[in-house]
Ligand binder design. Sequence first.
Ligand code: F6P
Length: 545
Amino acid sequence: MTDSRYYAFQGLRNHARLIQSVHMRDLFAADRHRFARFSVTHDDLLLDYSKNLITDETLDLLLQLARASDVEGWRARMFAGEAINATEKRAVLHVALRNPGQRPHFVDGRDVSGDVEDVLVKMGVFAEGVRAGRLVGATGKPFTDVVNIGIGGSDLGPAMVTLALAPYHDGPKVHFVSNVDGAHIADTLKPLDPQTTLFLIASKTFTTLETMTNAATARAWIADSLGEAAVGAHFAALSTAIPKVKAFGIAEDRIFGFWDWVGGRYSVWSAIGLPVMIAVGEADFRAFLDGGAAMDEHFLAAPLYANMPVLLALIGVWYRDQMGFATQAVIPYDQRLSRFAAHLQQLDMESNGKRVSKNGEPVLRPTGPVVWGEPGTNGQHAFFQLIHQGTDVVPVDFLLAAEPHENLSDHHAKLVANCLAQSEALMVGKNERTVHAELEASGLPRPEIDKLLPHKVFPGNRPSNTILYRKLDPFTLGRLLALYEHKVFVQGVIFDVNSFDQWGVELGKQLAVDLLPMVKGDVETEGKDPSTTGLLAHFHALRGS
Ligand code: F6P
């Protein structure tokens, strides 16, 4: 660790001791401009970070850490197309996928923005053909249903975005199949007609076990009902592995490519976004890309102290590294963002769930948090009890639209009131004096009050950010997603990990390949630990195999 990073961490550690005894209520009471000073806007998008356990000094120290970690240098290297994914020797250039033509993006000295635009144009022709009924199935019927088969980044991003943009859907119905559990594809296909179903096989590598298994089942479903010759008309592929796709039987004009500098968890902006484009149309998909590009410009241009992704990242580092808060909840008060947290789980945990630093040394500090969440208000009636009164502090990001897509009586006003109430309650809490007065006013006898009182006290001082935007439209969704991508990037730089590989998912994959013949009973169980051996034996006993 460089001296400057060491001193930055040291400064934060000393400061954290002081902050332990501070209550946010007092910070607000002492500074009536706290909201104005601790919030930042990007057009209509507002990040309110005032309800955090931070002071000016905390931010100064965090900004020192950001500079000492060379966040600006790494940001420049990423945008310049340097191979910052060192373990895989790859550039990390998903930013080049957004709004090509606005600025050149170079990989190995070559501007790739033309390639990006070419694929987008090809996607547009295909998507609009499907939407208009010009591209049809083998029996001449237009496609009513599109089934995306993919997993991880080849599923979570497009599934999340498709759901989020439901009000913009005017194309065929889009379904997502990811799990190798046959229940997933079986339940999805049950109501569908092979004649009007188009499959998109989404896999960067075109080797992923789950996707290849589901793709084979889908292929057989089409071939069995429409004949082998129908397969070509009912499949397209989104992949970087063109020869493997061709071997599967998908023609070149039905292959939408991308590049090894697009990580799976960042790939929704690429050809992997085709199901989104088919659902909402090319123009809205491009508006989503524009939103991402707008956040890229903000991330590049805004000074660190007014830079939304940087601020979100630094506050997260403060909690994870100095306060020991292990998890981060993301609670959109926006039902259509109900898969947002699931997408962020891959984005954040696959990126920063690392135990060694960039140069392979064990990290001596915490790295990425556990990310989780569900939409509000549902979460309030499930896990908010723990967030308000549990023994762990869970920093929360609230996301909220000012305008709904539906004007249904006062639904939206109630949604907004609940969101604001939660962040207020988390911050302010409810002290003994207030609880006591309420219980007394309810006429409860003194001994009962004493018993009940501790259960009804809320400590407050629980942190949250609120991200408020005008409406969940394609542009705003693009900004929100890019905001979190850059947040995770900045945190990875500060944690000093490679955020762009995912070796941790490999061991389980290898062992599954090894175990499959034992599960199928093709070979005897051997070389396995006693638990695995016992589980296999019980499995075979249950199956009578
Ligand atoms: O197993 C993890 C992973 O490699 C993810 O990073 C990726 O998004 C997912 O699998 C799917 O990979 P592919 O698109 O190559 O099928």
